[in-house]
Design a protein around this ligand. Structure first.
Ligand code: PLP
Length: 393
């Protein structure tokens, strides 16, 4: 089955939908049984998509988990109330006190904070590594390394990692190392984690899967080896997601293929326009030939999306504020992956990394290019540059 056909059909088994097109919202805490025997049977099957108790999920959860497993691959998928919960639960399932974890230096900031605070408190040692380390990750592996965490492309700065190279090294060690990937940028469409050797793939479904900026959700999909451990540990942590939010994700996912195509086309057009602007030092986009890890992007990814960054050549806080404050279509706000365009500036990228130097001292601007007409977005950015230049005179 080709990708768009799979997107339309994923998770729509009759046992979950009862024949309607969209799997309905089943809200539940208590689920009642007709007999002691039925209750015993459900208890025995409680980890396997059985109607048992609301926290274990309802057909809405099961349909979405099936959809994600079909689209991303792997043996099973656990659904969490947000992407951060998926990241922290996936990590906690595979580390214990005394272990060592390798974390990519370009990880999403809360992932980094979790390592520096929660994992440190639990006695898990963390080493941050250069996203471009590739197979040289071998030199950083210790006898007690139990998890290597990747995020590709990296948050804000978009470096693309050699995922298969790192997985290959991880899996050829004597000890058992679990490779976890934050695959949010690619969604289940642009990168197939299990074909590249990943053990657990995490999605902040809040982004492109929900796709409309109206719900928080996370998923972690695991291969055969890691699925039972991930599922049981996530359940023990009390992780469960609202069926209403899952319903929105199931609705969102059906248009993921066409939305991504348009995000990609719009973003590439704007990235190319920005690259020619005098105000721009450089564009950080995985599809650009000079971008770190572009060769891996070309080799492993099926396309790009609407999220990329650029570095300003010259700026000060007054000029940057003037540029951002007057935007008409680019709204300022956290997150990304909805249908709308967003803009976010960061003047402190160097503070977000410890293993790799950051060569720029001017602000980074991250754009999420939405589904508006590109011409309107370019006019908006052009006017922003006029405000920036006026302040710099
Ligand atoms: C790459 C990446 N991973 C994870 C997350 C966390 O997702 P959530 O906001 O749903 O917790 C984000 C959110 O911005 C993200 O950009």
């Amino acid at each position: 089955m080709k990708k768009n056909t799979a997107i339309v059909n994923a998770g729509r088994q009759k046992k979950w939908t009862q024949g309607v097109i969209n799997p309905p919202v089943f809200r539940a805490s208590t689920i009642v049984f007709d007999s002691v025997l039925d209750m015993k049977k459900a208890t025995a099957k409680r980890g396997e998509q059985a109607m048992f108790y609301g926290r274990r999920g309802t057909p809405t959860t099961f349909a979405f988990a099936d959809a994600m497993t079909e689209l991303e691959g792997g043996a099973g998928c656990y659904v969490y109330p947000c992407g951060t919960a998926a990241i922290t639960s996936a990590i906690l399932a595979f580390v214990k006190t005394g272990d060592h974890l390798l974390m990519v230096d370009t990880a999403y900031e809360p992932t980094r904070d979790f390592c520096e605070k929660t994992l440190a408190n639990l006695g898990v040692e963390v080493t941050f590594y250069d996203p471009m380390v590739g197979r040289n990750i071998e030199q950083l592996i210790k006898p007690n390394t139990s998890v290597i965490f990747l995020e590709s492309p990296g948050s804000l700065t978009m470096e693309v990692q050699d995922v298969p190279g790192i997985c290959d090294v991880a899996h050829s060690q004597q000890q058992d190392i679990t490779v976890i990937l934050d695959n949010t940028w690619a969604s289940p469409v642009l990168f197939q984690p299990f074909d590249h050797g990943v053990d657990v793939s995490v999605q902040a479904a809040t982004k492109y899967i929900v796709g409309h900026s109206d719900a928080m959700l996370g998923t972690a999909t695991a291969n055969e080896k890691c699925w039972p451990t991930l599922r049981e540990n996530s359940y023990l942590l009390g992780q469960c997601a609202s069926p209403d939010d899952i319903y929105l994700a199931m609705r969102g996912i059906r248009t993921l293929g066409v939305r991504l195509k348009q995000h990609q086309a719009n973003a590439l057009q704007i990235a190319e326009w920005l690259a020619k602007r005098d105000e721009v030092e450089c564009v950080l986009h995985p599809a650009f030939e000079n971008h770190p890890g572009h060769e891996y992007f070309k080799r492993d990814f099926l396309g790009s999306n609407g999220l990329f960054s650029f570095i300003l050549k010259d700026s000060n806080s007054q000029a940057l504020n003037a540029m951002l404050d007057g935007m008409e279509h680019f709204k300022m706000g956290f997150s990304w992956g909805g249908y709308e365009s967003l803009i976010l500036a960061n003047s402190n990228v160097a503070k977000l990394r410890s293993a790799t130097p950051w060569p720029f001292d001017k602000p980074l601007v991250r754009l999420h290019i939405g589904l508006e007409d590109v011409e309107d977005l370019i006019v908006d950015l052009e006017k922003g540059f006029v405000r920036l230049n006026e302040c710099l005179k």
